[in-house]
Every structure is written in C-alpha cells, then in structure tokens.
Ligand binder design. Structure first.
Ligand SMILES: [Zn+2]
Length: 474
C-alpha cells in the first residue's frame, strides 16, 4: 500500500513542484486566490475529482471530491499569501519586483501537498476497490478571513469522518499543541474633515480616535493573561497632514487561549474603541473579518500521523540546501538556538541545526500554541490531525521574507513531497481501518464533552468582507 502511494507521489513530483511554484509566484492574498484555486482545482479535476467552486459564498473556496459514501477522508488545502513579504527563492533579501505579496507561511506547499495526497489516495482506492470518498477542501484566506470557519458554518464538513492536514515548518513533527482563538476585525472611525490650519475647530479627526484606541489597547495589554496576543496595523490614517482625516481604519487580531476567554477580551477592545470615539466626537464601526477557534487535538490521529511520518522519513537535504539554510539563518542571529529552546526535551533529537533532517518524537503534553489557525474550527466538528514537515531553515521565523524564500526553494519542495506521502499514508489507514475511525471519533466526542460548535460570526453577516480590498490598497 505504502509503495503504491509513494510511487504515485514520486511519479507526479515534477508536476507538484511546478504547481507549488506557480502558486508561489501568483502569491495571491486572501479571497483573491483566483489563479491559485483554479490551478489546484484543474489539477484535481484532471485526476478525476468532481469540483464545486464558490463554496460558502467565497469565489476562491472549493471542494474536490472523488468516490462515494463512507468513509469520507478530508484533506485541507490552503493557498493564500501575505502582503509585503515577497522575496526571490534566494538566501538574502531580494523582493520580487512585480508582486509585493509572498508565501511566507508556505501555503503554496500546503495546498499542493494535500492535492497530491488526495490523488494518490484516490488511485489506491480505485486500484484496490476500496469504498469511500476522498475530499479535498480548497480553503482560502487562512491568514485573514479564516476561510475554513466560513466553510464549517456552511456545513462543508458535516459528513467527514477524519480530517488530515499539515503545515510547512522548521521541523518534522506531529502538531499536538493547541492554537490560540483569534478574532480578526477592522475598526473604522468616521469624523469630519476640515482645513487642518484654516478651520481645524470645525473638523473631528478620525485618526485621533484611532490613535487613542490603539493607546487604550496598549494600556489594556498589561492586564491580559500572558498567552493572549493583540496586534494591529493602521490601514487608513489619512493622506495629507493639512487635511483633517474624516476616515481612519485599523486592522486587528485579538487572540486568547479559548473562545470563552476571548469573548470578554474582545468586548474590552470594542469598549476602548467606543471610548475613543466619544473622546473625539467621531463614530466607531467594527467590521468582522474572520474568527478562528482554538484547536482540539486528537491522540488517535496524532499516533497515526506519527507512524506515517516515521515511515516516510524526513526529507533528505543536500549540501546546497544546507548552505542556503545557513545563509538565511545568518539574517536572524540566534534563531536556531531559540528554536532548540522551544523544543525543550525534544531538542536533543535535532542532529543538524541548519535544516531538520529527523522526525521528532510525539510530544503529547498539549501545550498551548502561539499562532492561530482556522483548522481549529474544523477540529471542533471533525476529528482532526496535523503535523509539520521541514520546509524552512531551522528556526527562521514564519511570516517573513525568509520563509517566502524557503517556500519557493528546493527545501520547501522536499518538505512538501514528504508531507504529501505522510498525508496519503495516514489517509489510507483511515480508509482501511474502521476501528481507527471509530477510536478517533470516540476521542473527539470525549474531548468535546457535549460542547456544540458555534461560530463567532456576528448576526447579520453572511459572507466574509474582502480582507485586503483588491490587494492593491483599494
Ligand atoms: Zn499558515
């Protein structure tokens, strides 16, 4: 079984690499991934999958399915980029001239590995006459609107038995940590414009309100729990100092360990916004962009993924890749040491501190994670497992130009092919071993403890607003 799955992925390796490089070059922002989603859908369509585009009111969300009936194995694909971190696949800073966005979270690799695994799994089931459905979820805007959350609310996962996913990272390891619950909002302030020198007394500055809100949040920060995170950028602050800005906008992430922890924290942030509007006689309007729940781990799936990772083995990197990684690390002094510290007891397993060439043992202590992901929402409705494969130089920070460089390099390609095999191996076990599916389901129910998933979408909102406008600041 494993030979057939590996063979199917190896046979397509050049195609998968070319596809990931195309998505990498497009580097499309959330809900604007038209070329990337179309190419992935075309790849799966050509392999015999039926395609449903425009899932959950999002043009770039799709579901590709093959087979019929149960068991239904779900594989998650992402393909959105981040603004302002483009870079050539070289070990130094060199932005891509015609596109400021970049795959600094490796989603070009993420989606393609899952698509490769879906095709390999389909071929195995077809060849062996195994019943079931392989479903690939094309999930847009993971970085902003949290596309999967909208798809969960739309019922896209309602009949899925098991969901498997991965993320490019610095190590080869099962992800058993949770992730932070995250609400993403834009805050709009409306004031009154005026000549800033001739009649400022007639104006009311929206920018003043925005600055006061940010200042208020800074005072709130001291009193948050240590694992909480708040960060923001200013997306509109006026255009000329001699015009009183009648409009200003900030873009916020508010994160806490769980959704119940997040609710009062977010309420406080909104109160600060309302307070800032009162102080400046402006109007405050929050705009929901997306929300991600914290992730629910699953030990049964974790064990299956661990066995699959060990069976596939780590990607094998050559001297050129090691040199590339070392050069990149030079731009982030101390990054490898910090990554080792974060690994705690597992640090002793790392052999090469340039690129991870080992599979780490499973750490099932369920530490809280630092980032957020909409995989969290999926994990509350379907038993879900995740792992990471080494696609970056060890310890370099994600969401940076350096991660973009790795995602377009052979380091990323090798990690991606490893991930595709791991997903396929694990998927095949859930297709052929009903006992494993039942055990994963049972653990899921136990962890849920009767909790019923509820989305964080405010009443009256039916589709995600465009998180980055048209991608060009408009
Ligand atoms: Zn990501």
């Amino acid at each position: 079984m494993k030979d057939q799955l590996s063979g199917a992925i190896d046979a397509r390796a050049p195609q998968l690499i070319a596809l990931s490089d195309d998505v990498w070059r497009h580097a499309e922002l959330g809900l604007l991934e038209h070329k990337s989603s179309a190419q992935l859908a075309a790849f799966l369509g050509a392999a015999g999958f039926s395609i449903r585009m425009g899932v959950a009111n999002m043009d770039t969300a799709f579901v590709a399915a093959w087979g019929g009936g149960g068991p239904v194995i779900g594989l998650l694909g992402e393909y959105d980029a981040l603004p302002g971190i483009s870079n050539q696949p070289v070990p130094h800073r060199e932005p891509v001239e015609d596109n400021p966005s970049g795959h600094g979270c490796g989603h070009n690799l993420l989606g393609v590995a899952a698509a490769g695994a879906a095709v390999a799994l389909k071929e195995l089931m077809q060849a062996q006459g195994l019943p079931g459905t392989v479903r690939f979820f094309g999930c847009p805007a993971e970085e902003s609107s949290f596309g999967k959350m909208w798809m969960v609310c739309d019922g896209a996962f309602s009949d899925v038995d098991v969901v498997l996913t991965w993320h490019p990272g610095g190590v080869n390891a099962v992800t058993f940590t949770s992730s932070l619950a995250d609400w993403v909002y834009k805050f709009n302030f409306y004031g009154k414009t005026a000549h800033a020198a001739a009649n400022p007394h007639e104006g009311r500055s929206a920018l003043d309100a925005l600055e006061l809100m940010n200042e208020g949040v800074e005072r709130m920060r001291e009193h948050m729990r240590p694992e909480c995170r708040i960060h923001y950028v200013i997306t509109h602050g006026g255009q000329s100092p001699n015009v009183v800005p009648d409009y200003a906008q900030s873009f916020y992430d508010v994160r806490a360990a769980t959704v119940p922890d997040l609710v009062p924290m977010y309420a406080w942030v909104e109160q600060i916004g309302q307070g800032a509007a009162m102080m400046t006689q402006t109007r405050f309007e929050p705009e929901f962009i997306g929300a991600a729940a914290n992730t629910l781990a699953n030990g049964v799936i974790g064990d299956v993924l661990q066995a699959a990772l060990e069976s596939v083995g780590p990607p094998a990197f050559g001297n050129e890749e090691l040199a590339f990684a070392a050069q990149l690390q030079g731009h982030f002094p101390g990054c490898a040491e910090r990554a080792l510290r974060d690994l705690e007891a597992r640090a002793s397993h790392i052999r090469d501190t340039r690129v991870c060439d080992v599979v780490l043992p499973l750490d099932a202590t369920e530490k809280p994670g630092k980032g957020s992901t909409d995989v969290g929402d999926v994990s509350w409705v379907v038993p879900t497992g995740q792992f990471s494969a080494a696609c970056y130089a060890f310890g370099i920070p994600g969401h940076t130009w350096a991660a973009t460089a790795c995602s377009g390099s052979s380091i990323g390609h090798k990690g991606m092919l490893c991930a595709a095999k791991v997903l396929a191996f694990a998927g095949a076990r859930f297709v052929t071993e009903p006992g494993l599916r039942a055990a994963a389901r049972e653990e899921h129910q136990r962890r849920l403890g009767g909790h019923v998933y509820k989305s964080s979408i405010p009443e009256g909102v039916t589709r995600p607003p465009m998180p980055f406008g048209d991608g060009k600041g408009k």
